[in-house]
Design a protein around this ligand. Structure first.
Ligand code: GLN
Length: 305
């Protein structure tokens, strides 16, 4: 065959375009970089190189998977989040940039006791025990563990396959000693008379897409990302109902709850928190795109709990 890198990239781009892949021009290059284990900068120096047939075949089989709609990150097995490199596979949601906003907010609370420039209405704590609920790849909890020395983190998920990925990520990031893992449904592993574990912070990006909206999602998401990480029930609020009900029992005094939400869920989630009668300072925040993305609350110290 004897194709140059430039030629196979052109073939790649065209094939991806024909398969309606949105970022065809970028993805054809990233697949090549992944195959050759080189950076995008190094790629520029390789355009004239002629590839042996065996490598062309490997490249084309990666291309075929991407053409079917398999997300690039499941092919390369990684996604950058908060400047850290996370292992991902089909058992975990691919970490989104939208979620970085919530992690930055959580880190600002942990480091400075501030949220978006305002002092938190709680005492500054020296150590933080953090629970990343529905952790998936561990992107949220492990970023916090990596970037905040004064934290101990529990990553929990109902999926054992997801927890395997999170465990591997903890090792890769060198934070295994300060992170533990729990398998179970939402706060079930932590509440109740005998367990009764309490945290300084509970942070979660639970499934929140309305079941009826799922068929309309982008092919990559709908056909390849784990449905269990996306489907929030008929009104998308199933997980918030459950978390709002149980979180007050699993937060320490002055504990903070951080929830990622869909762009149209702020009022409903705030209301669920209000209804508990035990959460204070309920506030919503936007992401970088200006969409409602986060709801936070604090466990009122003086009330029962
Ligand atoms: N933000 C994700 C999406 O739109 C959904 C994440 C979730 O349900 N937690 O695909």
């Amino acid at each position: 065959m004897s194709l140059s890198v430039k030629e196979i990239l052109n073939i790649g781009r065209r094939q991806l375009e024909e398969s309606d892949i949105a970022d065809a021009a970028v993805d054809c290059k990233l697949l090549y970089c992944y195959l050759m284990n080189i950076s995008s900068a190094q790629l520029i120096l390789e355009y004239q190189k002629v590839l042996p047939d065996s490598l062309c075949d490997e490249y084309f089989s990666l291309l075929d998977r991407r053409s079917l709609g398999v997300p690039l990150q499941y092919i390369t097995g990684s996604q950058e989040f908060m400047g850290l490199d996370f292992i991902v596979n089909e058992h975990v949601l691919i970490p989104r940039q939208d979620t970085e906003t919530m992690v930055e907010d959580a880190i600002s609370v942990i480091r400075e006791n501030q949220l978006r420039g305002q002092e938190m209405p709680i005492k500054k704590k020296r150590e933080y025990e953090v629970l990343d609920l529905c952790c998936g790849s561990g992107a949220i909890g492990l970023s916090i563990a990596s970037l905040c020395p004064n934290t101990k983190v529990v990553c929990s998920d109902i999926s054992r396959d997801a927890l395997d990925v999170a465990r591997r990520n903890a090792e890769k990031l060198g934070v295994s000693k300060k992170v533990s893992f729990e398998c179970g449904n939402l706060l079930m592993p932590f509440k109740g008379r005998f367990r009764n574990r309490k945290f300084d912070m509970i942070i979660s990006n639970p499934p929140y897409i309305k079941t009826g909206v799922i068929p309309t999602l982008q092919r990559e998401v709908r056909d390849y990302e784990p449905m269990g990480a996306l489907d929030g029930g008929a009104d998308g609020l199933d997980f918030y109902r459950n978390i709002a009900g149980d979180a007050p029992d699993c937060l320490k005094k002055d504990g903070v709850l951080f929830l990622e939400i869909g762009y149209d869920q702020r009022e409903a989630v705030e209301e669920l928190m209000e209804k508990t009668g035990r959460l204070d300072h309920i506030r919503g925040f936007k992401d970088l795109a200006g969409l409602d993305r986060i709801v936070t609350a604090v466990l009122a110290g003086k009330k029962k709990g």
